[in-house]
Write a protein that binds this ligand. Structure first.
Ligand SMILES: [Ca+2]
Length: 276
């Protein structure tokens, strides 16, 4: 048995070497396609992870070109990185949809010297988005204030990205009024919608735990017949996510009225708000 195992190990090693022999740089993407909604705030374009993996025998500076069909625009035209064999490098790509763009499928191509990866970009109106039941997804957001740093836009709380990773990179809202309350964050729902649940994701990472940097106290409000009414209250939160369930209301908008955070600098920091 031992001899057989050794023979198999050699065979496996040979196979691996053979596969790695060509000098290759393979484009990779974080998803098969990118859905880019029309008419959203330019501060919150569609985003996708892109990158490249080296199967070369030696480390080198690798380059990949990024092409997108007009009128769409991409945040980079190239990705360049020092890349050892067997390693992969990833980066965020933002794809903007200018006003007046026709809905439809556009091309996004990631090109290395000998390979091209095509990632279709589907441009759809917000009403045509597969929102998974989240009525707030990609709807217009207004906030009581906006941090002078443009990397905390209000629209980022409805961009579909709940992750705190990438904080300060356009993935969450930070207000502009330290130690002053309340702060408000409103999301229009695109017409009267029945709502009975709001989930709030506040900043929560290993470096910035919600128990120090997250939102502690807030009211959830719904706009019914033009009037704001409080439908739920959260007090003493220390978690990254808080779900509020309430009796169904027919609302045109939902609003978070932030009342206190958990201490550090006392700002309001919200990653995502979802309504169902
Ligand atoms: Ca977000």
């Amino acid at each position: 048995m031992r001899v057989l195992a050794a023979a198999l190990a050699v065979a496996a090693a040979v196979t691996t070497t053979a596969a790695a022999a060509p000098e290759r740089l393979t484009p990779v993407a974080g998803a098969d396609k990118l859905v880019a909604p029309l008419g959203v705030d330019p501060a919150c374009p569609a985003k996708i992870k892109i990158g490249m993996r080296s199967d070369a025998r030696k480390a080198s500076y690798a380059t990949m070109n990024v092409e997108v069909d007009p009128p769409l625009t991409a945040s980079r035209t190239m990705l360049t990185s020092y890349l050892p064999p067997g390693h992969q490098v990833m980066a965020s790509l933002l794809v903007a949809v200018p006003p007046g763009t026709q809905q439809g499928t556009y091309g996004l191509r990631l090109r290395t010297q000998d390979r091209t990866l095509e990632v279709p970009v589907e441009v759809v109106p917000v009403d045509g988005l597969d929102n998974g039941g989240n009525l707030a997804l990609r709807r217009p957001v207004t906030a009581s204030s906006q941090h002078t740093n443009a990397n905390y836009p209000p629209c980022s709380v409805a961009d579909g990205d709940r992750s705190s990773n990438g904080w300060a990179g356009g993935n969450g809202w930070n207000d502009a009024t330290a130690r002053a309350w309340p702060d408000t964050l409103s999301i229009a729902l695109g017409g009267p919608r029945q709502v009975s649940r709001v989930d709030l994701y506040t900043l929560d990472t290993e470096r910035y735990p919600a128990s120090r940097y997250g939102l502690r106290d807030w009211d959830v409000q719904a706009q019914v017949d033009g009037q704001w009414q409080t439908v739920a209250q959260v007090r003493g939160n220390t978690a990254g996510t808080a779900r509020s369930d309430f009796a169904p209301v027919t609302a045109d908008a939902v609003r978070i009225v932030a009342l206190a955070s958990n201490g550090a600098n006392d700002y309001t920091r919200v990653i995502e708000v979802e309504a169902r």
